[in-house]
Write a new protein. Sequence first.
Length: 430
Amino acid sequence: MSKRIWIAAAAVMATAWATPAAAQTFDKAVFDAAKTLQPKVVAWRRDIHEHPELGNSEVRTAKLVADHLKSLGIEVRTGVAKTGVVGVLKGGRPGGVVALRADMDGLPVKEDTGVPFASKATATYNGATVPVAHACGHDAHVAILMGAAEVLAKMKDQIPGTVVFLFQPAEEGPPAGEEGGAQLMIKEGALDNPKPTAVFGLHVVPGEPGSLMWRPGPMMAASDRYSVKLKGKQTHGANPWSGIDIASMQAEIVLAFNQIAARQINVTRTPTILTVATVHGGVRYNIIPDDFELAGTLRTFDPELRKDVMARAEKAVESIAARYGGSGKLEWGTPNPVTSNDPALTAKMKPTLSRAARGKVKDDIDFITGAEDFSYYQLKVPGVFYDLGIGFPKGVNHSPFFNVMDEGALEVGVRAQALTALDYLASAKR
């Protein structure tokens, strides 16, 4: 899917952390269990890291998850949204239903971390053989939720309700021509039988190890992918006037897109980014081709600004192409909505997250212009998505250098996932 730019995380080292909230009923059991499980969680994470799989192909990862959940006595559904796994843990006391989510897929990135368990995997992506790596931390997400599932399964008799575990494929986007991700999980009943009334998820990011970070309301951008197909008239590179200079046409479109986001909209309203990421055209240095194609992404937080930018981009493509005597068409792909944390639920769970992180929390981070398909769950039920600091790798998410630098942070993630489920169910019962 889209690259994540974790704007707020790098500043966390300077944060003055709050005093942890007072301990509650489940804290000792969760903290003790998470500490005991830490070596297993690290081992799972390293194993998954070494064997990454692209979206809709997470066969090995899904089997690892399903086998683990079954060993804990958790009801398991497999093959949801291609390779997704849904686990249902019914507590020993009556109550509501809460969901916890982790994403499983890797990226077409060549790893350059130098760790002993670095990925050497390859796979087919868009018809080409590519390296595959967990360059966005989904290996950590899976291991953390596997750990949380074990913590909660051992506390089954104390749980006032039901916990649903969502191990989701293809968060980064399904292969071309396929459905996938959170949308397909929902379509295939991941939030049905039983129906949760809240959902929680986390993402590892560069930041102070073991810190938890979020903001209420809109936190991560809506993401639209697009392609621009340009048509011109082929000619010799030595005689551009004999055809249509489609290379110059696409260059003007790139500049126009940059000006839209920087000069044509109110940049103080909310972050709005229009990026051209790929340009393809031509086969020989001295032939100006008939066709060019551009692709990129739009990131927005405001629905009206989104519509405005989309209209301006479409107009720019059509007018520039027409001026050159060619034609152009901008096509938008399936969007990801804004990842927006329910304000009431976020406020309610702040003490829980504070306890899980021993007070190392920040609840007013800047907008994050990366995107997350966790947003689709939030359209169905109230949800909270938060970041977990894992140290400061050489590269941010989606970089060849991204890695969990401090694996001790995984223990905090396990505590956070388990405690949010337990505290939510306990409060919902009252």
